[in-house]
Design a protein around this ligand. Sequence first.
Ligand SMILES: [Zn+2]
Length: 332
Amino acid sequence: MTFEKPRRRVKRVYIHCSASDHAHHDDVSVMDQWHCKRGWSEVGYHFFIKKDGELQRGRPIEKTPAAQANYNSGTIAICLHGLEKPKFTDAQFETLRELCAEIDEAYDGKVTFHGHCEVAAKSCPVFDYREVLDLDAKGRLGAGSQNSVSAVTAPDPDIMLRVGADGWRVKALQKQLTALGYHVGQVDGDYGRRTRAAVLAFQADNDLDTDGIAGPKTLAALDAAQKREVGEERQAAGLLSLADEGSRIADASVKQASAGGMVAAGGALGVVSLVGETMSSVREAVSPFSGLLAEFGPLLAIAALAIGGFIVWQAVRAGRARVEDHRTGKTS
Ligand SMILES: [Zn+2]
């Protein structure tokens, strides 16, 4: 589904139920008939959610609804088919969450969600919409506020989001990663390679198992996480954290760089020790080289310096390319 923001002003979203559990009422066309009998031009709700979770469109979103007497202006009205609390289905709730998450995103978290019962002496929509949508006291959607993912998923310890997953939970995860400074590309609700890369980076930064799967531990850590220092931290620690993530190329380039650095340092110390006779302590530090130095002289030291420098240069170059690929999302 793709929610399209109307040009009219919208501040609130109201949730309703159809007040019937009859199968032959499970369609927006029935609501249309009922509402026409009341003298309205068409169904008063913008959306209707069937028991099987199918989302149907009712009144065009551009028009003000006829759903909450005296409270229609500036609203969107959603109706779930049902009357008795236990007869609403999980499929309906999933669709409702997805729809509301889209609306919330379209309005940057500035709309609030309410039950019809808040503005009328009715029990509509009967089911616990606050819990289903994880609303805060003001009616803001859980998935849109700071504690998005884990607040929504906490009741379910079996949640495992991985490549191939999609839906509102993934979207909430992507939003939270983005807010924390991990790039997921488009916040589209599809758990693809970029989302996996962001999860991996987050896991590496937070000492979690780097499996690229957002399970209960990762989701809980996301909730507790501080916003990451993107610029500097990413520049400086990029290679090291990539190595943690298990990227073999980056890992090898880190190791290669240290090895090259040691060889170069050895060469440099060799030169220093030859030049400065007083630096006996330095000579001691390079004692493994001193035998060789005695035999081959400064040539070896200079060669070591050159070779070490070259190895470092190569490693840094390879590492930088890897980090760049990671940043631009070429690799996961
Ligand atoms: Zn209602």
